[in-house]
Design a protein around this ligand. Structure first.
Ligand code: FES
Length: 129
């Protein structure tokens, strides 16, 4: 085998692989976002819930669940990119779980629901029943 031919073929192959890549980047005008969708506001107050220690809970993070404040799987079709927050309390406790979905300490209420952006938000209404 002629080593020169192999080397030329190798260079040609590298060029054909690189050219479409460079063209695709140069011609790209679509801006992609890596941010997840924003949750909707199903309630503007927290839920008082009695949790059982050691039990696994899934707190709805998207706001689309009909079983607030817990997940019913609605995020799979209505808020892809958001997932429920799963947690297991260490012991039995009565807690306030966030209902507005904007707490900075999820799943627990931290008072964010009193802020203007939540108070002025439109409550999410389920379109299907
Ligand atoms: S209900 Fe969301 S922070 Fe209070």
């Amino acid at each position: 085998m002629n080593p020169l031919v192999t080397r030329i073929d190798f260079k040609w192959t590298r060029l054909t692989l690189r050219q479409p890549w460079r063209t695709a980047i140069a011609g790209t005008k679509v801006q992609l976002s890596t941010l997840p969708p924003e949750p909707v506001v199903p309630f503007k107050k927290p839920f008082k819930v009695e949790l059982i220690g050691g039990k696994r809970y899934s707190w709805c993070a998207c706001g689309h669940s009909k079983n607030q404040p817990f997940c019913d799987g609605a995020h799979k079709t209505k808020a892809q990119g958001l997932s429920p927050l799963r947690f297991v309390p260490e012991k039995d406790a009565t807690v306030w779980l966030c209902g507005c979905k904007y707490s900075n300490n999820p799943p627990y209420c931290d008072g964010t629901h009193k802020q203007a952006f939540v108070l002025s938000a439109t409550l999410h209404k389920h379109k299907d029943s």
